[in-house]
Structure formats: C-alpha cells, structure tokens
Write a protein that binds this ligand. Structure first.
Ligand SMILES: Nc1nc2c(ncn2[C@@H]2O[C@H](COP(=O)(O)OP(=O)(O)OP(=O)(O)O)[C@@H](O)[C@H]2O)c(=O)[nH]1
Ligand SMILES: [Mg+2]
Length: 325
C-alpha cells in the first residue's frame, strides 16, 4: 500500500522552482519515458460536485474542446435530480513525441443528492469492473493481443473551494476509492480564493487527509533507489498537494505571437499555464508526462494486485465453504 503524506505542508504558490513548466508549449523531456515508444493507454477519471469546472478542466487539459459546453435545460426541470453517469471521452495526444491514447471518464451528476452512498458504490464498482476485465483477460489461455487496458490510472477529485477544509462527502468518496485508484486531490476554481486563503485551505485539506487517513497518490519515492532528481521532483509535487487549478475560458494572442490561455475578469486575468497563478501546468505535466508511468505502475503493481489477491482469495474461501458443506 502506498503511504499517506508523511507531513502536512503549507504549499502556497511556489513561484521560483517551476519556471520550466510555465510555458504552454515547451515541456521538457522526462526520465520516465524510456520505454514509451508505441503510444500509451492512459485513463483518468474526473469526480466532483456539479459545476466545479470538470468540463472546463478536461478541455484545458486536452488543449482542445473535447467536451461540448453545457446545455442548460428547461428551468421547470431544474429541481429534478439527474442520475450520475460515466461519460468516457477518448483523445489522442502527443507529449514530447510520445503518443498517448487518453481516456477521460467524467462523472456528471456525482454528489447532487442528499445521500450520495449510491454514487460512491457506483464509482468503486466501475473501477473494479475494469480490474475484472483485466483479470479475466490474464486468466485466458490464449490472450487477445488487441486487449485494451481500460483500468483507471488516476482519479482527479475536485474539492469545492469553501476555504474551510474537506466536507464529509469529499472524505467519504476519497476514502472509499483510495485503495482502488490513485486519487489526486485538486482545489477546483482556485481563483475563488486569495493567495493567503488558498495556502491556508491547502494546509487544512492536507491536515484532513492526514487525520482521516485518506489514501491519496502522494508521489512516492525511495531516497535509496531513486535518482536525486526524482526525489527532489516528488518532494516538490507533494508540497503542492492539493493542486490548485483554474480552467481556461479564452485564448489570447499576445503581441509577440504567443498564445496565452487565460480566465478573464473585469479587473485582470489568470494565466492557467503560469505556475505563479495556479498549479494547472504542474498537474498537467506530472499527469501526462513525468508521472504517467508511475501512475500506471502503481495501478498495476499495487492497486490491481491487491484487488486480484482479494478476489482470488475470496473465491478460494467460498469454494472451501462449498466443499465443506
Ligand atoms: N471562477 C472559475 N470558474 C470556472 C472555472 N472553471 C470553470 N468555471 C466556470 O464554472 C461553470 C461550470 O463549469 P463546467 O466546466 O461546466 O463545470 P462542470 O463541473 O463540468 O459542471 P457540470 O457538468 O454541470 O457538473 C462555467 O460557467 C465555467 O465557465 C474556474 O477555474 N474558475
Ligand atoms: Mg460538465
């Protein structure tokens, strides 16, 4: 099992270390890409309460409009609670010359009820059903060479920027799924908070994660085994958790010919790829570049392996009971 964050941190907006990531188009190569030549299947699930900016985030992440803008329905039906559903989107991307077959699974309707127990169950079931497919494939005598690995490698959990800390819903969901998937907590609509409020909010969220023993993906590293560069990078990323994100609503052509992705306000703008403004660029880089392989490996070697062991030992136990009866 991967560890909980060892110590709560006060991340704030760290401006100096991350200049490398601030450019929208220039992203440096990574030591983790050595074997990734053919293109990689990578699946991310986005979960968060309605209206927290998931659709906007997905489009910002993929650098194109993957999801259509929301269609607001008839106001007479606005009170009707829509059931949660799983909406997968496939996007072919290329990062540093590496092809990625990205699948984003959005979960519209999550958290819109008074009791969301059913939603927690459905999300766990969805993740487990993907493990089940892999297990069934592994146990076939003749494997399908075209088998697609549909396992969810990371779950981005959108935290409401209340300023107070985690809510019961956040704690419950992350605890329920944390031993099945790499949970990456993010502060949605981080522009709703001032710099100081955001730093305090991040600190509170990490304290809650620690106190409630919520298993999240906390950039595990081994100081003995890993290169100094990896250790340093992992520490920095851990200190940024939960990532503060802002979704882009406009692309602006600058006088020097560059394109800047922004969210505009009457008084100014937030540049979503600027690490001095939010953590989006750092999150994107780690997700689709530096830590993609790590997320896949942890999914396969630890999370799936635990599922497989539990499943097979449950089956053995029930066989034993049947045999004895
Ligand atoms: N201030 C701010 N507004 C945002 C941000 N991201 C999205 N929005 C706005 O929030 C509203 C909802 O955004 P969506 O991306 O549709 O949110 P969603 O989570 O997909 O919503 P549902 O699918 O309806 O649950 C839109 O008006 C967006 O423009 C952000 O980072 N900051
Ligand atoms: Mg949406």
């Amino acid at each position: 099992m991967f560890a909980h964050p060892t110590s709560p941190v006060v991340p704030g907006l760290q401006t100096d270390q991350f200049q490398n990531y601030s450019s929208y188009h220039a992203r440096p190569g990574s030591h983790r890409w050595k074997n990734a030549k053919k293109g990689l299947q990578f699946t991310v699930m986005t979960v968060g309460c309605p209206g927290l900016g998931r659709t906007t985030f997905i489009n910002t992440l993929c650098e194109k409009q993957v999801l259509p803008p929301p269609v607001y329905g008839n106001p007479d039906q606005a009170h009707e609670v829509q059931p949660m559903n799983f909406a997968p989107y496939n996007v072919d991307m290329e990062e540093d010359g590496i092809k990625i077959a990205l699948t984003v699974i959005d979960t519209p309707g999550f958290g819109n009820g008074i009791d969301n127990e059913e939603h927690f169950k459905q999300i766990v079931q969805y993740i487990e059903s993907r493990y089940e497919e892999t297990l069934a494939e592994e146990t076939r005598i003749k494997r399908n060479p075209k088998f697609k690995d549909n396992r969810v490698h990371a779950l981005l959990y959108f935290i409401t920027p209340t300023g107070h800390g985690l809510r019961e819903l956040d704690i419950k969901l992350m605890k329920r799924v944390g031993n099945r998937v790499n949970v990456i907590p993010i502060v949605a609509k981080a522009d709703s908070l001032t710099v100081d409020e955001l730093a305090a909010f991040k600190k509170r969220v990490m304290e809650d994660i620690d106190n409630f023993r919520i298993p999240i993906y906390n950039f595990p590293y081994d100081p003995e085994e890993d290169d100094d560069e990896v250790v340093e990078e992992s520490r920095e990323l851990r200190n940024l958790l939960p990532f503060a994100v802002v979704g882009c609503d406009e692309e602006v052509n600058e006088a020097d010919g560059s394109i800047v992705r922004v969210r505009t306000y009457p008084w100014g703008r937030v540049e979503v790829d600027n690490t001095e403004h939010c953590d989006f660029a750092r999150l994107r880089f780690m997700l689709l570049n530096s830590h993609l392989s790590d997320l896949k490996e942890i999914t396969h070697d630890i999370l799936y392996e635990n599922y497989r062991t539990e499943k097979l030992s449950d089956e053995q136990t029930s066989d034993g009971v049947t045999a004895e009866a």
